[in-house]
Ligand binder design. Structure first.
Ligand code: ADP
Ligand code: MG
Length: 358
């Protein structure tokens, strides 16, 4: 079932010289029980989309459906939607338990019911031991848990999370990423999670929508987005990658043969709906190419060898121009085996090349 159906939504702020199209004809479907992530750089429209779903603001054009019904007539408090903000917005003078129960009390729920639900939430976020602490006296990570518990307490159908982990330090953020995934799984609530951090999006999401300048460029599983980027922005924004100018030799049914600058041809894939021809850009992830002493698809010279624990990146200056980065996993028994200045080839793995849209 579809939880949220965003249909051709645009949102314009200001007018004349101050006009900003924060969302430009955005359509996306978010399924029930899904961990869905909006990923994009600052200013691309992520918060605006969440605010429209929550009802804090209205689309200039288009519709948002919740379980098939247009939610435009519903004020925010009547929507089965709750939001966790980046600034947790807790009441510092109240205890952990009081904060979690606050929303339920405002809804006029009986005391017994509130208490039972608060206990359940405390358990869910593993904060039972601190329930009587004031929220001004707990750590950032603990405040994050309380904010989550408070948002989940009224049992919303959809939880909106606007960069909820960005205030936490790296280690705690990693921990909370796993914690959030567990919470989503255990509650079965649809999560719409916002982040500008590509690694965070890849680790946590069932599906990701990549946004840029008010548009959704691509929606897919982390694997789709990482391995089958449809356009340059997506490929570039998500992880390290190599762009190669190539020529289409033939293309049919999502499979193409492309000629590399070296003249060698390799197979490549492309997105549905695309009809590639002529000169195109092909992307290859560093881990999908090997540096070889002889042969390979692209000749070049080793420029830099960068070791980082698990892997080594080998930067190869191509004869055709530009630098290609290939990544190889390190072994305990030997160093990477390549030296600066060495003549080598780049060997691209079968089906590792993807043709871009632009
Ligand atoms: P993100 O959350 O991805 O960083 P936002 O949705 O907050 O992006 O903003 C998208 C664009 O809309 C930005 O250019 C921002 O400056 C503009 N914007 C957002 N809210 C308003 C507003 N209330 N008035 C005018 N411009 C706004
Ligand atoms: Mg934002």
């Amino acid at each position: 079932r579809n939880a949220i159906d965003v249909r051709a939504v645009s949102k314009v702020f200001g007018s004349g010289a101050d006009r900003v199209a924060a969302l430009d004809n955005v359509s996306v479907v978010i399924r029930e029980n899904e961990f869905f992530t909006l990923l994009g750089p600052s200013g691309c429209g992520k918060t605006t989309l969440l605010r429209l779903i929550a009802g804090f603001d209205f689309p200039t054009e288009g519709q948002i459906l919740l379980y098939g019904d247009d939610i435009a007539p519903l004020p925010p408090y009547k929507r089965p939607v709750n939001t966790v903000f980046q600034s947790y917005a807790l009441f510092p003078h109240m205890t952990v338990a009081q904060n979690i129960g606050f929303g339920l009390e405002m809804l006029g729920k009986p005391k017994g019911e509130v208490a039972a639900r608060v206990d359940q939430m405390l358990k869910l976020v593993r904060m039972e031991a601190l329930k009587n602490r004031k929220t001004s006296q707990i750590s950032g990570g603990q405040q994050q848990r309380v904010a989550l518990a408070r948002a989940l307490a009224p049992q919303p159908k959809v939880l909106l999370l606007d960069e909820p982990l960005s205030a936490l330090d790296y280690k705690l953020r990693k921990e909370m990423q796993i914690e959030l995934k567990r919470l989503q799984h255990e509650t079965g609530i649809t999560f719409i999670f916002v982040t500008h951090d590509q690694e965070e999006a890849l680790t946590m999401s069932d599906r990701i929508a990549v946004m840029s300048s008010g548009k959704i460029l691509q929606v897919g599983t982390p694997w789709d987005i990482y391995d089958k980027p449809a356009e340059r922005f997506v490929a570039d924004f998500i992880g390290e990658t190599n762009f190669i100018v190539a020529k289409i030799v033939s293309a049919a049914d999502g499979k193409a043969t492309v000629a590399l600058p070296s003249g060698t041809t390799i197979p490549a894939t492309y997105a549905e709906g695309l009809v590639p021809s002529g000169e195109v850009t092909v992307v290859v992830r560093p881990e999908h190419a090997r540096v070889v002493k002889e042969g390979g698809h692209l000749p070049g010279t080793v420029e830099t060898v960068v070791y980082f624990g698990t892997d080594t990146n080998i930067h190869v200056r191509l004869e055709s121009g530009g630098v290609f980065i290939a990544r190889q996993q390190n072994s305990r028994s030997a160093a990477c085996g390549f030296e600066t200045g060495e003549r080598v080839g780049i060997d691209i793995a079968e089906d590792a090349a993807q043709v871009l849209k632009d």
